[in-house]
Design a protein around this ligand. Structure first.
Ligand code: FES
Length: 169
């Protein structure tokens, strides 16, 4: 009996038929889409902490840029920098402690007046008029080589204003 070897290296049938190919391609596209959406979601949730942005340490300026008795809005840091008459600095979050509206400084009345429900705060962020339940939050201030640095990575809640919150050059 003469046996012939079977050629298994060549076949007329494709290794993957059309239906299987489409199924694999569909799964691959689906997985890619999920991965991409996940990446976009993580990028959205990741805090922006580039230097100079809210969430980082921000250089507000030189000490002498802020005259005593002034309130300066530092918009990229989302805070106000109060310099009291005695030269001390206090950085106040612009966010109202009632429901979070941005609070503008009114130079005419020398108060922060919330446009949402009319809470009012003095230049130290203390509540003059409710419904705000507590003073404006503050940020840590340091003075280094004549420059005023504000750490906006975390707002510091407080029940009252006291002198220990003021930083001097
Ligand atoms: S959010 Fe400012 S008073 Fe309500």
């Amino acid at each position: 009996m003469n046996e012939q070897p079977i050629d298994i290296t060549h076949s007329d049938e494709p290794a993957v038929d059309r239906r299987s190919f489409l199924k694999i391609a569909g799964i691959a596209v689906g997985a890619l889409t999920v991965a991409e959406l996940g990446g976009i979601g993580l990028a959205y949730l990741h805090p922006r902490t580039a230097e100079g942005d809210f969430g980082s340490v921000i250089t507000a300026g030189a000490v002498d840029d802020f005259p005593p008795g002034s309130v300066t809005h530092v918009t990229n840091g989302r805070f106000y920098l109060t310099r009291f008459d005695d030269g001390g600095f206090l950085a106040l979050h612009q966010r109202c402690t009632h429901l979070g509206c941005t609070v503008p400084w009114d130079q005419a009345t020398e108060q922060f007046v919330c446009p949402c429900h009319n809470s009012q705060f003095d230049d130290a962020g203390s509540v003059l008029n409710p419904p705000a339940p507590r003073p404006l939050d503050r940020f840590a201030v340091t003075i280094d080589a004549g420059m005023v640095l504000i750490d906006t990575s975390s707002a510091i809640a407080r029940d009252d204003f006291d002198g220990s919150q003021v930083v001097y050059a």
